[in-house]
Design a protein around this ligand. Structure first.
Ligand code: ZN
Length: 321
């Protein structure tokens, strides 16, 4: 059989798209545009070169899976069909139209909210992909049923947390989150917006038990962007989990600057799907360094083993030359 996996996957993804406002209400505008999860005008414009940024993406070559760097136009980078026009504009105004001020709870909430909304959308589409693949004649015998069960369970949690996020937004209860901010005294042209799950911290202490499906996952929300001579790295978690994340202060914030850069770089490459860097950073890396980053990324997808307590010598926080 001449089976082209790449074609099969892209047609699956097309038919599995979700177009739905994360903050559905009567005020929703009918047209849902491509919403940016990283601010296009403030951030992506700054770090792009000739309108392009670099993203690391899985690619399929000769039906083999690998990680490659892709140059992507900033207008389509990090977009998702997860907000209607009205809500995308009104909800994010405090972070789109104003600089971030450290300690501003509303802004910190909105960064986490946006990261969570993107992750929720990704999981909804992943469920559709699995369902459509399972029903496809190309895959026989209900092989994907276990994956579907796992996706259903994690979506059930995300649905609950979606309600918490939206209620908190409406009630302006921004204190549901606890936030740590790392401030670097230089503008690094790197940006991220992501909700993710850490299995272990940097010393190997367990935060989440991924094999226990009965337990809620403790998500972290991470936003990184350069602003006026600084780079902000904003970590948030639900306040009820804050003790599990005290390692952020102890294991990252108390370290030397070069160590902090290495730790965050490792975290980005192994845990964060939605991050972009300037071509100016990527082009400064040696071929060996690029290869090490791609392999680390690939290993993190394939093995499901968290290697954060064995840090690799990777640094994405390079100054523009
Ligand atoms: Zn809406």
């Amino acid at each position: 059989m001449n089976f082209n996996f790449k074609e099969f996957l892209s047609s699956l993804q097309r038919e599995s798209r979700v177009k739905e406002c994360f903050c559905t209400s009567e005020e929703c505008s009918p047209i849902i545009k491509k919403a940016h999860s990283i601010q296009n005008n403030r951030i992506l414009r700054k770090i792009s070169v000739d309108g392009h940024i670099i993203q690391l993406c899985p690619s399929f070559l000769d039906n083999k899976f690998s990680i490659d760097s892709k140059s992507i136009g900033r207008k389509i980078a990090t977009v998702s069909t997860n907000f209607c026009d009205v809500h995308d504009t009104s909800i994010f105004l405090p972070i789109e139209s104003k600089d971030y001020v450290k300690g501003n709870k509303e802004q910190e909430f909105l960064f986490a909210y946006r990261a969570f909304a993107k992750e929720y959308h990704v999981k909804r589409e992943a469920k559709n992909v699995l369902e459509n693949a399972n029903n496809s004649s190309k895959i026989t015998g209900n092989k994907l049923a276990p994956n579907l069960l796992g996706t259903d369970i994690s979506l059930e949690q995300l649905e609950r947390e979606k309600s918490i996020f939206n209620n908190s937004l409406i009630q302006r209860e921004f204190g549901i989150l606890a936030t740590h901010v790392i401030e670097l005294r230089h503008e690094y042209h790197i940006a991220a917006s992501s909700a993710f799950v850490m299995e272990y911290d940097f010393k190997g202490n367990q935060i989440n038990n991924l094999s226990n499906l009965d337990q809620d996952l403790k998500h972290s929300f991470l936003t990184i962007f350069p602003q006026k001579g600084k780079t902000f790295i904003i970590f948030s978690v639900f306040r009820k989990y804050r003790k599990d994340f005290s390692f952020i202060r102890k294991q990252i914030m108390n370290r030397r600057l070069d160590e902090q850069k290495m730790i965050i770089s490792n975290l980005l490459v192994t845990h964060i799907e939605n991050f972009v860097i300037s071509p100016k950073i990527w082009n400064q890396l040696s071929e060996n360094e690029k290869e090490k980053i791609k392999i680390t990324f690939q290993e993190s997808i394939e093995s499901f083993t968290n290697r954060l307590y064995r840090l690799k010598d990777i640094n994405l926080f390079l100054e523009n030359k």
